[in-house]
Design a protein around this ligand. Structure first.
Ligand code: HAM
Length: 412
C-alpha cells in the first residue's frame, strides 16, 4: 500500500493550533455580525473561468496557483483561491445584484498552489466581508473599522497601509505610462520578467525583484493620473480616517495582486510572520459585478488569513477554565461531582476532570499544556478538610485556599 501522507501545504489541524484558528473564526464572526454583516456560503468548487474573468489572467493566482480539475463531463472547475469572485457570482446567479445595500461575510477554506512556508499554506481559511451597493467613502471606512476591531479583539498589533488607484481609465493610463517607462530599461530586465511586466506593468510596483524595485523608484506615481474628483476622494477618505483616529500610512506602491480593484486599496501588516506579513487585504471593486455580467453596482470588502492570524495569537492563547486533578478513586468521584456543579453553574466554563492515573506533578504539567489558568488537585486531605488549594498557573495570581461554596461562587 502507498505510504499515507497529507498533501503538501495542507496540514491536519489539532491541539492549540486548531484552538487558535477556531478562536480567530469566532472573533471574526462576532465582530462581522456586530456590524450587521450576514453570512453567505458559496461552494468551494467554481468554474475556472470565473476567476480568469475577475482575479485577472496575468495575476499570480491564475498564472500558477490554481487547483484545477475536470469533472466527469469535462467541465473545467477549480478550488476557489479567494472568496470575492464566488460571492459576486452568487449575487448575480441569485438575482441579488439590485441597488439595495447588502453586507455579507464568509469564513471558509481557500486553495492556492503556493510554496508553503511560515504563514503560507495551500489550503487556508479566509474570513471576509463584502459591502455591496454603496459607493460612499463611509463604506470604505466602515470596512476598515471592521478590520480594526477584529485585530484589536485578537490583540494583534498591526499597521494599516492604504493607497488609491483611481478608476479603470486612470489605471489604464498609468499602465500605458509604465509600459513606456519600463521599455527604457528593457536591456536591464530579465526577458521573461520583462514580458510578464509588459502584460500587467502595475505589478512592477510591488515586485520583489531588486532590479525592478530600483528601476521603479523613479517612475511617476499613480496619483499623477488622478482626476480632480479622485484626488478629492482620496483626501476625504484620509480626513475621515484621521477624524476616527484610525492610523494609516500611504503606500504608493500598494497595488494588490488581484485585477478587480479600483479606488481605495489597503493591507494590514504584522511582522511576526517574516515574509508573509500581510494579514488582511482588500479594497473597492466597483466594476466587478458588471464585468461578470451583473448590474453596475459598487462594492468594497476585505479578507483576512485566519491561519496567519492564528499563528500570531497562538502564543497568547490561554484557557481561563479549571483543571480538576485527583490522586485516588474517591477523589476522582468527588472531582466529577464538583466538575458537574461548576459546569451547571456556568455552562461556558471549561472544566477538565482528569481521568488518568498520573502523579501530581504530571497532572500539573498536563493542565499547563492545555493552557489552563487554574488547577485543583484533590486528594484525601482535601476531602477530609473540605478546603481546596486553587493553584494559579498564570504567575499573575496567588494560590488560594477555598471551600466548595467559594469555588462555585468564583467560577459562576
Ligand atoms: P488577498 O490579499 O489575496 O485578498 O488575501 C487576503 C488574505 O488571505 C491575505 O492578507 C492573507 O492573510 C491570506 N492569505 C492569502 N494567501 C494565503 C496563503 N497561501 N496562506 C495563508 N493565508 C493566505 C483576497 O483574497 C481578496 N478576495 C480580499 C477582498 C475581499 N477584497 C475585496 N473583498
Amino acid at each position: 500500500m502507498k505510504e499515507l501522507k497529507t498533501i503538501r501545504g495542507m496540514p491536519d489541524l489539532y491541539g492549540l493550533e486548531v484552538q487558535a484558528i477556531s478562536f480567530v473564526e469566532k472573533t471574526c464572526e462576532k465582530v462581522f455580525r456586530s456590524f450587521n454583516f450576514k453570512e453567505f456560503r458559496t461552494p468551494i468548487l467554481e468554474n475556472k473561468s470565473l476567476f480568469e474573468r475577475s482575479v485577472g489572467d496575468t495575476s499570480d493566482i491564475i498564472q500558477k496557483e490554481m487547483y484545477e480539475l475536470q469533472d466527469r463531463k469535462g467541465e473545467n472547475l477549480c478550488l476557489r483561491p479567494e472568496g470575492t469572485a464566488g460571492l459576486v457570482r452568487a449575487l448575480i446567479t441569485n438575482g441579488l445584484d439590485d441597488l439595495e445595500i447588502k453586507k455579507y461575510f464568509y469564513i471558509g477554506p481557500m486553495f492556492r498552489y503556493e510554496r508553503p512556508q511560515k504563514g503560507r499554506k495551500r489550503q487556508f481559511v479566509q474570513a471576509g466581508i463584502e459591502l455591496i451597493g454603496d459607493d460612499s467613502i463611509n463604506a470604505d471606512v466602515e470596512i476598515l473599522q471592521v478590520a480594526k476591531i477584529v485585530l484589536e479583539q485578537l490583540s494583534i498589533p498591526s499597521e494599516l497601509e492604504i493607497n488609491f488607484i483611481g478608476d479603470i481609465e486612470c489605471i489604464e493610463n498609468f499602465r500605458d505610462y509604465l509600459r513606456d517607462y519600463l521599455q527604457q530599461y528593457k536591456d536591464q530586465i530579465e526577458e521573461k520578467l520583462y514580458f510578464r511586466l509588459l502584460r500587467n506593468p502595475i505589478r512592477a510596483l510591488d515586485s520583489k525583484d531588486e532590479k525592478i524595485k530600483d528601476i521603479i523608484k523613479d517612475a511617476r506615481p499613480i496619483s499623477d493620473f488622478f482626476t480632480e474628483e479622485q484626488k478629492t476622494r482620496f483626501e476625504d477618505i484620509k480626513s475621515l480616517l484621521d477624524s476616527l483616529e484610525i492610523n494609516y500610512k500611504v503606500n504608493p506602491n500598494l497595488v494588490r495582486g488581484l485585477d478587480y480593484y479600483t479606488g481605495l486599496v489597503f493591507e494590514f501588516t504584522n511582522n511576526n510572520l517574516g515574509a508573509q506579513n500581510a494579514i488582511l487585504g482588500g479594497g473597492r471593486y466597483d466594476n466587478l459585478i458588471a464585468d461578470l455580467g451583473g448590474n453596475k453596482i459598487p462594492a468594497t470588502g476585505f479578507a483576512l488569513g485566519v491561519d496567519r492570524l492564528a499563528e500570531i495569537v497562538v502564543t497568547n492563547l490561554d484557557n481561563s477554565g479549571i483543571f480538576l486533578g485527583s490522586l485516588d478513586s474517591k477523589s476522582k468521584a468527588y472531582a466529577q461531582k464538583l466538575g458537574f456543579k461548576l459546569r451547571s453553574n456556568n455552562p461556558t466554563l471549561n472544566v477538565e476532570t482528569y481521568l488518568g492515573n498520573a502523579n501530581l506533578n504530571k497532572q500539573l504539567k498536563k493542565a499547563d499544556s492545555f493552557g489552563f489558568k487554574f488547577v485543583i488537585i484533590i486528594g484525601q486531605e482535601e476531602l477530609n478538610s473540605g478546603v481546596f488549594k486553587l493553584k494559579s498557573l498564570s504567575n499573575t495570581a496567588e494560590d488560594q485556599d477555598m471551600t466548595e461554596k467559594e469555588l462555585l461562587e468564583k467560577f459562576s
